[in-house]
Design a protein around this ligand. Structure first.
Ligand code: ATP
Ligand code: MG
Ligand code: FE
Length: 336
């Protein structure tokens, strides 16, 4: 079964063709990073226009690369939400046009379900598992009891991790997106600025990163006023150590409390080398199997959308042709 999937929730235009929710035949990703870089972040209106310019040729390129004829497709999938409404709409219209003209069923996919099921493209999933979702807009611990059944057991009360990374990077005058730059600086650092950790209530699986971000800004300002500016490497390491400490601790506690068979890492920040290394070490020590996608499948791509779409395909859960883009779509509501 070949599914063609379209992902345009933010600033990546991507089209993939995946067999049986597992084998990637094509996964074309066109990033708009260079366009948005000079604004220091994604400009929604610009993002939608760029999607419009590239979506048609990316669909053609994906079919070309996969060497699959449109007539061989079984369904068309598309990210329904969450994301930027203007961006989502472009993918939605393209997917509907394709499904309509080829007389194929349409499948709406939750973007975060996609990030989680990116792991299905490279590994065998065992249920129940706990997923640590860390991305530009989300920071969540999700208990997945059975295939496609999601329960959010903890989430950020303010900033998402990726958002905190990008804001701290901005304060350090690093280019957008800042995550990879902070990751690199943290590795080069020999010392770390001491920064707080937000544990919240002892039994809580929630997160908070805005206090940490404010602490970074305050430390930078105070040091600058004293005429002794902080080394960016030490700030990056202090920030990253604090983030990783809390993420790893809570994820491992959730795995134990919920009797999970695996811990699954997902989302753009899953590309973070420091986070991966610490999770690998701590999971190995605790005997917990850890799954993480390769870097190219951590950030936004359509192959992960096709992987999640396959869950709905198998159950015949197709979307009506008046399906709407949902900027605030809830993960639990998307469960199969
Ligand atoms: P969401 O998935 O929540 O809708 P998004 O799709 O914009 O948000 P992703 O593409 O999943 O987010 O991830 C992008 C985020 O990942 C950015 O904030 C970026 O800084 C961060 N990121 C990418 N690589 C790294 C890294 N090596 N270390 C830390 N953060 C990183
Ligand atoms: Mg992006
Ligand atoms: Fe994403």
């Amino acid at each position: 079964v070949y599914i063609l999937a379209v992902e345009t929730s933010c600033d990546e235009t991507s089209v993939a063709i995946v067999r049986d929710g597992k084998d990637i035949l094509a996964n074309v990703v066109s990033s708009q990073i260079e366009t948005h870089q000079r604004f220091g972040g994604v400009v929604p209106e610009v993002a939608s226009r760029k999607h419009v310019e590239s979506i048609t040729w990316i669909i053609e390129e994906a079919l070309d690369k996969a060497n699959v004829k449109p007539a061989e497709l079984a369904a068309v999938a598309v990210t329904q939400g969450p994301g930027l409404v203007g961006s989502l709409l472009v993918g939605m219209v393209a997917a509907k046009a394709l499904a309509c003209s080829l007389e194929l069923p349409l499948i709406g996919v939750h973007h975060i379900a996609g990030h989680i099921y990116a792991n299905q493209l490279v590994n065998e999933l065992k249920y129940p598992f706990v997923a640590l979702v860390v991305s530009g807009g989300h920071t969540e611990l999700v208990f997945v009891e059975a295939e496609g059944r999601f329960r959010i057991i903890g989430q950020t009360r303010d900033d998402a991790v990726g958002e905190a990374y990008d804001k701290v990077a901005r304060a350090l005058k690093l280019p957008y997106p800042g995550g990879p730059h902070i990751d690199r600086l943290a590795h080069e650092a020999r010392e770390a600025v001491t920064l707080p950790r937000a544990w919240l209530e002892p039994d809580s699986y929630d997160f908070s990163f805005s206090g940490l971000k404010s602490a970074v800004l305050a430390a930078l300002n105070q040091a600058a006023m004293k005429g002794q500016p902080l080394a960016p490497e030490a700030v990056a390491k202090g920030f990253q150590d604090s983030v990783i400490d809390v993420l790893v601790e809570k994820a491992l506690r959730a795995v134990r409390a919920y009797g999970a068979k695996q811990l699954i890492l997902a989302g753009g920040v899953a590309a973070n080398k420091g986070l991966r290394a610490e999770l690998e070490a701590r999971c190995a020590e605790a005997g917990i199997p850890l799954l993480a996608p390769p870097l190219s499948l951590c950030t936004d791509n359509a192959a992960m959308i096709a992987a999640a779409a396959f869950l709905k395909y198998r159950r015949g859960q197709f979307a009506p042709f008046d399906m709407k883009a949902e900027p605030l779509l809830k993960l639990e509501a998307w469960s199969v």
